[in-house]
Design a protein around this ligand. Sequence first.
Ligand SMILES: NC(=O)c1ccc[n+]([C@@H]2O[C@H](COP(=O)([O-])OP(=O)(O)OC[C@H]3O[C@@H](n4cnc5c(N)ncnc54)[C@H](O)[C@@H]3O)[C@@H](O)[C@H]2O)c1
Length: 384
Amino acid sequence: MTVRFGIIGLGNRGYKYALRTIQKHQGAEIFMVCDTFGHHFHHFPQALTTNDYQEVLDHPEVDAIFIATPDDTHAEIILAAIKANKHILCEKPLEISDEKVTKIETALENYDKAFEVGYVLRYARTYSKVKELITSGIIGQVIMANVIDHVQYGGYAYFHDWHRTRQKSTSLLLQKATHSLDLINWYVNSRPEKVVAFGDLMVFGEVGAIEKFGKPVPDDLHCGNCPISDTCEESIQNLAKEKNIAWSEHWPDNCVFNSEVDVDDHQTVMIYYANKAKATYQLCQFAAFYKREFHFFGTKGELYFDDVSNTIVVTDRLKSETLTYQNNHQETNMEPGDEEQLQDFLDAIHTGKTPVSNLESSVLAGKLALAAQRSIDHETIEII
Ligand SMILES: NC(=O)c1ccc[n+]([C@@H]2O[C@H](COP(=O)([O-])OP(=O)(O)OC[C@H]3O[C@@H](n4cnc5c(N)ncnc54)[C@H](O)[C@@H]3O)[C@@H](O)[C@H]2O)c1
């Protein structure tokens, strides 16, 4: 049976995932697309279009929806989609507050349609191989983990668009780090119980403006009207060039040094798990290069991998033997894990199986990130 999709939110993530992954799958069809501003409608000439997501939910021929709107809109759309009895694939994170995460969790109790969350790295080959290795017991029980997210270019868009205010995203721990926090939970295979964290805004926002210009920049400063955007290393044009991304007229270009920026640009987090495992996690938005690094210490050995070399190194503690696994798979124009994530969602629709990235795991990832930000704000150890 072909699953007919309604896509809600055709921004950076929504249109790419719809075009490159959903549209290409033989078992899926894009029946309707929805975006407040009509972004990227032209990519889907065969689909019905609307600016109102309720029209997607009301359409009897839409079987499943993909939600790729900003994080603070997910609860509202999920709750409406439950009423409309649709299968739901929602982008991560679930939502931006504990209250809204709990609301979603409660509303989905006993829901008999598929529900999956876009923690796509669980599906990417290197990451799923790590899960397979750890589950096989190759390094014994995981007792300690050390994970770093290096994000260069100010996280590209994190400080140019809605991600940069707490009102819209709460914390970049929830928006960006949530992938890695979810993976740590998955690999440690236990429930995070306590968290303590430190973080600050020291490079972007007003503090960065004072460092760079000696004073705050005007609130309405955009790269488009900025006299130094040609030379500014943070301008959206220069970042696009550096990252070899085609310039998009839709890409937000608010100055990263505007005073409204109030999310932290670096964080250090320590997590204690129910099975006594301990993890440290660091997110740096002003790193010199982009890399996710994971290091696990188990009772029988260590496992290290990163997503740049795509190499997993396992070292036996007693024999000092090292095994190396190299992922040489070349992704085409999909992001790693995109196709596998969609397949898991379609399988959940057809067979009723629980997806690999499911409600329970995404609630835990969200609550961990939210508790870590609370710990930063209140200088407390937070119980999750
Ligand atoms: N899994 C991943 O790797 C990944 C990558 C990027 C983004 N994301 C997630 O995808 C979601 C979207 O992020 P983005 O970067 O594409 O944001 P974006 O701002 O580029 O796009 C959001 C789109 O949603 C539209 N929109 C907003 N409110 C709407 C509403 N009520 N109804 C219909 N359309 C609406 C906007 O017009 C915009 O086009 C976020 O939750 C983000 O966390 C996930």
